[in-house]
Design a protein around this ligand. Structure first.
Ligand SMILES: Nc1ncnc2c1ncn2[C@@H]1O[C@H](COP(=O)(O)OP(=O)(O)O)[C@@H](O)[C@H]1O
Ligand SMILES: [Mg+2]
Length: 309
């Protein structure tokens, strides 16, 4: 197996007495699209700024293509292409001239062929010789990505790339990131939109007040809306209950001798309860032990909005 493109271990950032990133760890594999999902102020941009070397971390370790960010700073940076905040361009120059200008400043020798290659990759062939001031926001984003890709980085980092894009633009952007990752480039992307992350990423983690929780793959989040429900039943009925649910193909497990946990949709609680009761199993208590990813995330963002009021 290849080494991960990015390894982040126990990353912490303190500013004054405030910990804005707390013990964050994750890895990104070659060709993987990994997302940081979280409401405003969660710490996403801070993590990205640390990885691209714009600010220093307080604690932790960052490895990019097996290069240590501190020990091999230049080599690490050579592996990264990033758009943090809005990419700046010379508006009165064409997209092509902007890329050329950027290529001249690069440490690497970037050929005309490479410029044409990235232009094709971000599908800007038609407009590349027009002035940037005529570009839509989506086109500027794509020009930004083209610029970030010029030196063939192994890791592309994008902070809230779909901000300001319309649904059509978002769809195109997603497809185009998928294509890119299929050619082996890893992507780290941040967003405050759950639906966006679910569509775009192979895996993503939720950032909440500086803490990264709930890293999950898209397969896991595919069962959208499922929650974990605990049914308290007689200990003697446990085997029977597991069997009843097994026959219905429900995912269930015994947690305590009298607690049966089932992953189901909220609206199926009555159905499962009925099934148990019809099989002569007494149900004493029903409680939700784990909310769905979506519910948890909505609560988080709501909490944040309220605190802004
Ligand atoms: N230079 C700084 N000084 C003090 N606080 C900061 C600084 N940069 C970011 N913060 C705070 O850290 C938190 C995380 O910010 P940020 O990483 O921008 O979050 P996100 O990108 O998820 O919206 C916020 O509460 C923000 O106000
Ligand atoms: Mg941010």
């Amino acid at each position: 197996m290849q080494a991960p493109t990015l390894i982040v271990q126990h990353l912490t950032k303190r500013i004054g007495s405030k910990e804005i990133v707390k013990d964050v760890s994750f890895e990104i594999q070659p060709g993987e699209i990994f997302g940081l999902l979280g409401p405003n102020g969660a710490g996403k941009t801070t993590i990205i700024r640390i990885i691209v070397g714009l600010i220093k971390r307080t604690e932790g370790k960052v490895m990019i293509q097996s290069f240590d960010l501190d020990e091999s700073y230049k080599e690490s940076m050579n592996q990264i292409g990033a758009i943090v905040e809005n990419p700046e361009f010379y508006k009165y120059m064409s997209g092509y001239k902007n890329l050329k200008h950027y290529a001249r400043m690069s440490l690497k020798n970037i050929t005309e062929e490479r410029i044409e290659e990235v232009v094709k990759l971000v599908k800007l062939e038609k407009a590349i010789h027009n002035k940037v001031k005529t570009y839509s926001l989506g086109m500027r984003q794509r020009l930004g990505v083209a610029q970030a890709l010029l030196h063939e980085p192994s890791l592309l980092i994008l902070d809230e790339p779909t901000n300001g894009l319309d649904p059509q633009g978002m769809r195109e952007f997603r497809n185009y990131l998928k294509e890119l990752s299929q050619s082996g480039t890893s992507v780290l992307v941040s967003s405050h939109l759950l639906s966006e992350m679910q569509l775009m990423c192979d895996r993503f983690g939720i950032m909440e007040k500086g803490v990264l929780t709930h890293i999950s793959s898209i397969e896991e989040t595919d069962v959208e809306g499922e929650i974990e429900v605990a049914f308290t039943i007689d200990q003697a009925d446990m085997v029977k209950a597991l069997d009843v649910l097994g026959q219905r193909n429900e995912k269930s497990k015994e947690m305590l001798s009298n607690k049966l946990h089932v992953s189901i949709l909220y609206e199926n609680i009555p159905l499962i309860t009925k099934e148990l009761v019809l099989n002569n199993i007494n149900v004493y208590e029903i409680s939700v032990v784990k909310k769905s990813l979506k519910d948890r995330f909505l609560e988080l963002t709501k909490e944040k909005e309220e605190s802004l009021v």
